[in-house]
Design a protein around this ligand. Structure first.
Ligand code: ATP
Length: 268
């Protein structure tokens, strides 16, 4: 097991200490998970269906409670003193308001924070430009492709300038070319905005392309089985996906993932 080097500082941004999650159906979704994530890291949670990736992400966001153990985000329990502005969340579905324009969908979190449309406009425009949608501010979701809808969803998640961005399989439903483009866009947003990102995925290749650290999880009970540092510089070179370095990392991560799959342990 290897631990990725942090990009910065002393106290981890996220501290997960001996966390368990048991749903009231009796399922143990996460068992004894301990993990520190430093400010500025790009970390993927990778694992088979049902290994507790989404549950872990939701607990970090404060959207699900831990059954035992402790999670601290920036020294505070999530969903509590960390403050709503500190965390952006992107779901697998873009979940846009169909009756509202792109601008108004992205404006929503600022509106909920009591900021007027006029005062919010420069920030909304800035973030739309960062995701390449400046020209679509007045469009409605039904006019957009799947990839564009996901860009709106990402813009909405970062418009409040969160320190932490949580992404739950955001590109699973997209075609490969769109996914590759969005991978690069997310990396650019991460770098330009000094974000810390936790990205849930089923894809070995996607996790290695994006991350400087891949946390591999196994199911029944959901647990961390490997924590792998990914070498390589950012921005990713155009040929990164064909380099021996990338292939070596993919093999290491795939081996760790395969070791989690017993013959009676596949439910997808
Ligand atoms: N709200 C819930 N109530 C009861 N059980 C749940 C709930 N949410 C998840 N589970 C169960 O907890 C386990 C972990 O689920 P979770 O969605 O966290 O895994 P995952 O790794 O994200 O899976 P996937 O990749 O399929 O989304 C699974 O067995 C799932 O059925």
């Amino acid at each position: 097991m290897t631990q990725a080097n942090a990009t910065a500082t002393s106290r981890p941004l996220i501290e997960i200490q001996n966390v368990y999650k048991q749903y009231n159906t009796g399922v143990i979704a996460v068992s004894d998970m301990s993990l520190d994530i430093k400010d500025g890291q790009f970390v993927s949670f990778l694992g088979p269906s049902g290994c507790g990736k989404s549950t872990a992400l939701r607990m970090i966001a404060g959207l699900a409670e831990v059954s035992a153990g402790k999670i601290l985000v920036n020294g505070h329990e999530p969903g509590n003193a960390a403050g709503p502005q500190d965390i952006g969340f992107v779901f697998q579905e873009p979940t846009l308001m169909p009756w509202a324009t792109v601008f108004d969908n992205v404006y929503l979190p600022l509106r909920l924070g009591g900021i007027s449309r006029k005062d919010a406009a420069p920030r909304v425009e800035e973030v739309l430009s960062q995701v390449g949608l400046s020209k679509f501010a007045d469009a409605y979701p039904r006019e957009l492709s799947g990839g564009m809808k996901m860009r709106v969803s990402i813009a909405r998640a970062v418009v409040t300038k969160p320190r932490l961005l949580l992404m739950d399989e955001p590109f699973a439903a997209l075609d490969e070319m769109t996914r590759f483009k969005l991978n690069n866009d997310v990396l650019r947003l991460w770098q330009e905005n000094g974000l810390t990102v936790i990205f849930v995925t089923h894809s070995v290749y996607e996790s290695v392309y994006l991350s400087n650290r891949v946390v591999v999880m196994a199911a029944r009970p959901g647990r961390v089985v490997a924590d792998i540092a990914i070498p390589g510089t950012y921005p990713r070179a155009e040929n990164f996906r064909t380099t021996p370095e990338y292939n070596d990392s993919c093999k290491m991560v795939a081996d760790a993932l395969n070791a989690t799959l017993g013959s009676d342990d596949i439910d997808h």
